[in-house]
Design a protein around this ligand. Structure first.
Ligand code: ADP
Length: 474
């Protein structure tokens, strides 16, 4: 399902359709921004920065808080939009709206805590003063899997720091973005402080990275696109934050609480139909408990209903598009052709004419490292189970990937837990926890999963410059 005319040259008033991935129906038809209009908006944000960066922290804080309240007042409308254009179950969409809004709340508070410092100088005639300054105009490019939250965790800290902000949301899910921005303007945030534009990814990526007026690029999406943006950002030496792909291992150790592990594995693996960058991609299970764990997981996952996320009781919505679906099925077929055994599911349904794609929760056993699913990000509801006997082997398997975003493990044994948390090369670790994302903690990856952190006190740092003033009072 192609949601945007990739041959379209912005500037010719190109339109594209936003589809409901559960039904294939057109939800809305939008017009692409022309390159000229995007440049004008960047110029307006550049001018807006002169004023916004000089507002008081109190004022920025108040506006962000009002935006947070507006979003919560409209949480049901926003959640419906998310389910319509992204497909995730309505209850998950409601959860995303609350999570997204909390970034605005948290950074409305952090706006007031951007501290400088003074340092004792070597001479009594000198003073050393360090201040923090907003970086300038920030450009963001965001994905479709969290149409609201991936934007607020960038715009919240950017505005709190005193930066102005432009975002290009994913073509699959622009409606949530526009509605959130409408609410932000209603809350009183000026249009020359933040705006949302629509254009083809590559075109806007090149425009953002080449623009001397933009001082920072913040991106969430695939590692391939992130690498391109990093390369292109070199020409103007921009600051960059990259939140890229993942390939999360989830280790179940021999002394895990199995019921807890099963319940948390469901959360980690099947949320958003497996389409998050921190979804468990590989289940690494101790040989001695593997059979019992798989039995319990199969039983639990078999209750997950697949379908249109607007309907009651649906736990797994559609796959976002044909490309995503084909990748998942490709990995499934590859694993089966190499000897994987389907313990649950394996079924899928793609209707090219309607543009709808569904994959049922699937658990694979008899998995080995030759299979693509053990090395490629799946972004779908397939859980391959591989076994280990020595803890060092579990760590080796877990770290055997260029990614380093999230890793999970389940153990009741303190020593083994500490060993695992210290040896897993990942930015986010869930110990007996399949859902570690929360606004007050730093989210981000090591290795090719990216650079920089979002959320927590770390999340505002990338929007600040350090200025050192040396004062000679001799
Ligand atoms: P995903 O697989 O999550 O869709 P992508 O990296 O393809 O990951 O997309 C994430 C965001 O990046 C989307 O907003 C998309 O439109 C945008 N995008 C895609 N290709 C490029 C590109 N070459 N340059 C800049 N942005 C791009």
């Amino acid at each position: 399902m192609e949601t945007i005319d990739r041959d379209g040259v912005p500037g010719e008033e190109k339109t594209f359709d936003v589809f409901n991935p559960a039904t294939g129906e057109i939800v809305d038809t939008l017009t692409l921004d022309s390159l000229e209009s995007i440049e004008e908006k960047i110029m307006a944000l550049h001018k807006g920065f002169q004023t916004w960066s000089k507002t008081s922290a109190e004022e920025r804080s108040g506006l962000l808080y009002k935006w947070y309240e507006k979003i919560m007042d409209h949480q049901h409308e926003l959640a419906k939009l998310i389910t319509l254009e992204n497909g995730k179950p309505y209850s998950e969409a409601l959860g995303e709206v609350a999570y997204a809004a909390k970034y605005l709340q948290w950074y409305s508070e952090e706006a007031k805590r951007i501290y400088g410092r003074t340092i004792p100088a070597s001479s009594t005639k000198k003073r050393i003063v360090i201040t923090r300054k907003p970086i300038g105009v920030v450009a963001a490019i965001t994905p479709w899997n969290f149409p609201a939250a991936m934007i607020t965790r960038k715009v919240g800290p950017a505005l709190a720091a005193g930066c102005t902000f432009i975002v290009k949301p994913a073509p699959e899910t622009p409606l949530t973005a526009f509605e959130m921005f409408r609410l932000g303007y209603e809350a009183g945030i000026p249009k020359d402080v933040m705006c949302c534009v629509l254009a083809e990814g590559k075109v806007v990526g090149e425009l953002f990275t080449a623009s001397p007026l933009i001082r920072k690029i913040t991106f969430t999406g695939s590692t391939a696109v992130g690498k391109q943006l990093l390369k292109n950002s070199a020409s103007t030496v921009k600051h960059t934050s990259m939140e890229l792909g993942g390939h999360a291992p989830l280790i179940i150790d021999k002394d895990a609480n199995l019921d807890l592990a099963v319940q948390q594995t469901l959360v980690s693996k099947f949320r958003n139909a497996g389409q998050t960058c921190i979804c468990a991609n590989r289940l690494i299970v101790h040989q001695s408990i593997a059979e019992r764990f798989v039995e319990k997981l199969v039983q639990a996952a078999s209750t997950l209903k697949v379908g249109n996320g607007m309907e009651d009781g649906i736990a797994i919505g559609p796959i976002i598009n044909k490309q995503g679906y084909e990748k998942i099925i490709g990995q499934l077929e590859d694993a089966c052709s190499r000897g994987a055994v389907v313990a649950l599911g394996g079924s899928h349904h793609g209707d090219d004419e309607a543009g709808t794609y569904f994959v049922w929760p699937t658990i694979l056993t008899n998995v080995d490292e030759s299979m693509r699913i053990m090395h490629e990000e799946t972004f779908g509801p397939i859980a391959p189970v591989i076994t280990f006997t020595e803890i060092e082997d579990a760590v080796r398997l877990a770290n055997d990937t260029p990614y380093g975003l999230a890793a999970y493990f389940f153990t009741e044994n303190m020593k083994r837990g500490i060993y695992l948390s210290e040896h897993l090369k990942y930015g986010i670790i869930g110990w007996n926890d399949g859902g570690p994302s929360t606004v007050q903690a730093p989210f981000g990856g090591m290795k090719e999963s990216g650079m920089g952190r979002e959320g927590g006190i770390e999340g505002i740092e990338p929007y600040l410059e350090t200025k050192y003033v040396s004062i000679n009072i001799a």
